[in-house]
Design a protein around this ligand. Structure first.
Ligand code: KG4
Ligand code: ZN
Length: 340
């Protein structure tokens, strides 16, 4: 078992993050650095991201340690996301954490990034600690879009995923068509407040079809077709707002339909949980809340900073993994790598 804090690193996409958690899961310190370079380029460039992680990480880890008031010698275990994600960044973060573990003769815990999102609602003190397995996770961000049955630590199953774009990617691409900045989700949601969600009839891909896969590229094409007569430059604000509102409604409807099917596939589900940047969307949240109500399961969305990529969830997944090893009677040897 672990008697000293865990230091965790996240570097699978464009966020470089470090967190230190007590063995009970209390956040002792936390730092997230979001790489700004990608905004101008309209998306994450893997090579640039990996180099940025490399230059930011040493300082970020030092600052996180200082904030916690701990010396590196006071860290009991090191953890990092080892995948899935952009391989360059994953190598930077996991090699850094592993190097510290080897130097300090402490365990290194390899954390699956999806599992980290999946377990994040169980972090104590954020409203979801009571959440019991199994539960259904809808993970929707710029990079992920999946329904996951979370049955236990190290035991999660993808029930469905996207066959083209991720939900956040669809928001970003449509926002770009509407002439909004990147990332597009928050800007599109703001514009949608001025619009009428019934104004434009758009397709609802896969709605009503069996299973819980997603598809968004047809929807994006339909929006492009609506914009074409004007061109993005000359698009009247009212038309743009109506399109944004109608598009957002479509996404929420599709996501709700998929969640319903996923809940039917996991009848034992004890909660519906949403994570990823798209969980910030008010429309999506409300619609999923209604789905949960219909299925008589509690709905839970972790606070936004735990929904998007962060190192707290990586540290928490490491703690849950260590606990599962303890429960199974597997000793946590110094310097031994444990992969979930
Ligand atoms: O989890 P996240 O911060 O990073 C990863 O992609 O891993 O998610 C970012 C994604 C972007 O695609 C962004 O447009 C979307 O989440 N997003 C939103 C909102 N806030 C962020 N989409 C819709 N509505 C929002 N309010
Ligand atoms: Zn993620």
């Amino acid at each position: 078992s672990l008697s000293a804090p865990v230091l965790a690193i996240e570097s699978s996409c464009d966020d470089t993050a470090c967190a230190i958690l007590s063995p009970q899961g209390e956040i002792l310190a936390e730092r997230v650095h979001t790489q700004a370079d990608h905004a101008a380029l309209g998306g994450v460039v893997p090579e640039i991201a990996a180099r940025a992680h490399l230059s930011v990480l040493p300082g970020l880890v030092r600052e996180t340690l200082e904030e916690s008031g701990l010396d590196i010698a006071g860290i009991g275990a090191f953890a990092a996301s080892t995948g899935p994600g952009l391989i360059g960044g994953l190598i930077v973060g996991s090699t850094f954490a592993k190097g510290l573990a080897i130097a300090r003769k402490r365990p290194f815990i390899a954390v699956n990034h999806i599992e980290a999102h999946a377990l994040s609602p169980r972090l104590p003190g954020h409203g979801g600690d009571g959440i019991k397995f199994p539960y259904l996770l809808l993970l929707m961000s710029g990079g992920h879009c999946q329904c996951v049955a979370v049955r236990g630590v190290g035991d999660h199953e993808k029930l469905g995923g996207t066959i083209d774009d991720a939900a956040g990617e669809a928001f970003d691409k449509v926002a770009k068509l509407l002439g909004l900045g990147w990332p597009g989700g928050p800007a599109l949601e703001r514009l949608a407040r001025e619009g009428d969600a019934q104004a434009v009839s758009l397709p609802r891909p896969l709605l009503g079809r069996p299973g819980c896969d997603f598809s968004f590229s047809g929807l994006k094409t339909a929006v492009a077709r609506q914009i074409a007569p004007w061109g993005a430059e000359a698009l009247p604000r009212k038309v743009a707002a109506d399109l944004a509102a109608s598009f957002q409604r479509c996404i929420a409807d599709v996501v709700a339909d998929r969640a319903r099917h996923a809940l039917e596939q996991l009848p034992a589900a004890r909660a519906l949980v949403v994570a990823g940047g798209v969980a910030a969307n008010g429309n999506v949240r409300e619609t999923l809340e209604a789905v949960a109500r219909d299925h008589a399961v509690p709905f839970f969305a972790p606070p936004l900073r735990l929904c998007t990529d962060n190192a707290v969830m990586v540290g928490w997944a490491a703690l849950e993994t260590i606990r599962a090893y303890d429960a199974a009677g597997i000793p946590l040897e110094d310097g031994i790598e444990i992969a979930p």
